[in-house]
Ligand binder design. Structure first.
Ligand code: NAP
Length: 273
């Protein structure tokens, strides 16, 4: 945990407008979430809305995005919807420009959440699925964090949040690309955290186990141990932001297993995997 104090939405509202922006800074704290049309991203958007933030929501499918946005508006939040494929680099960059123009340069929290996890078994390796996973979980992930850092550094404060996975800790069968992509996210965030030490920009990496979202089909969900509701995941992540934690890992039994897995020598790890 960091030893610095929490940026509350009302404190953040005092943030000065970056000099390059013509509009005054937006009066309420602004959270921007990728992959906000379903699952963890949608649950987080709802949580931010309930907590008094205005929210920028990004995802490809306009219908589910509009439904999710309407639910966040019910809490009185201003919501900006961006139907966009964030693997389109120019389109993703334009969303940042558009949002910052609307908020007078204000951004308080950026959540890099959008991710996919198709199986990539070695014996029937799907290179197309692998490339799509890398494009989203790695390239768009890095672009999002890099672009969010610009307004945060101008303002001098804020939160960068990555929704990684316990899959970052060690390899999992049939998941070579997903595990590798999540390991990139976690290592990337750890390095940024070191670079940003001593500033008021906080890096939070989230390592969930299994969360009840559409990323899992209904048949698979029945077999998943310690499945966490998406709303519970969102509450834990929000608390991590508020307390300026640098990691949020859950649920405890799967975290313990993952940590144990990290300590096992390969011979033992392979036998139990
Ligand atoms: N659920 C779990 O058990 C679990 C565990 C550990 C980590 N995670 C991580 O949590 C994050 C969220 O996953 P989830 O479980 O909430 O899954 P989800 O419900 O499938 O949500 C994924 C979100 O990403 C969006 N998305 C996918 N491709 C996109 C693209 N190219 N451009 C923009 N948005 C895109 C989807 O919306 P559109 O389809 O509308 O674009 C959707 O809103 C992922 O990074 C995942 O790896 C999940």
């Amino acid at each position: 945990m960091s030893d610095e104090t929490t940026t509350k939405p009302d404190e953040a509202a005092q943030a000065p407008a970056p000099s390059s922006m013509k509009m005054p800074p937006h009066p309420k704290a602004v959270a921007m979430i990728t992959g906000a049309s379903s699952g963890i991203g949608k649950a987080l958007a709802l949580k931010f809305g309930r907590e008094g933030y205005d929210v920028a929501m990004l995802a490809r499918r306009p219908g589910p995005l509009a439904d999710a946005a309407a639910q966040v508006r019910d809490y009185g939040a201003e919501v900006w919807e961006f139907p966009v494929d964030i693997t389109d680099r120019d389109a993703f960059a334009k969303v940042f420009d558009d949002l910052l123009a609307k908020t007078g340069g204000r951004l308080d929290v950026f959540v890099a959440n959008a991710g996919i996890g198709p199986a990539t078994p070695a014996k029937a390796f799907d290179l197309e699925a692998a490339q799509q996973t890398i494009d989203l979980n790695c390239s768009a992930f890095v672009q999002g964090i890099a672009m969010a850092m610009r307004p945060l550094r101008k303002i001098g404060r804020g939160h960068l949040v990555a929704i990684s996975s316990l899959a970052a800790f060690r390899g999992i069968r049939k998941s070579a690309v997903y595990c590798a992509s999540k390991a990139l996210e976690s290592a990337f965030m750890e390095s940024l955290r070191l670079d940003l030490r001593g500033t008021d920009i906080h890096c939070l990496t989230v390592h969930p186990g299994y969360v009840d979202t559409p990323i899992h089909d209904e048949k698979t969900k029945k077999k998943l141990p310690h499945l966490v509701p998406a709303a519970t995941a969102a509450d834990l992540i929000y608390k991590g932001i508020e307390t300026r934690a640098n990691e949020v890992n859950f649920p405890a039994p799967l975290v313990a297993m993952a940590r144990l897995g990290q300590m096992l020598p390969n011979a033992l790890f392979d036998r139990f995997s």
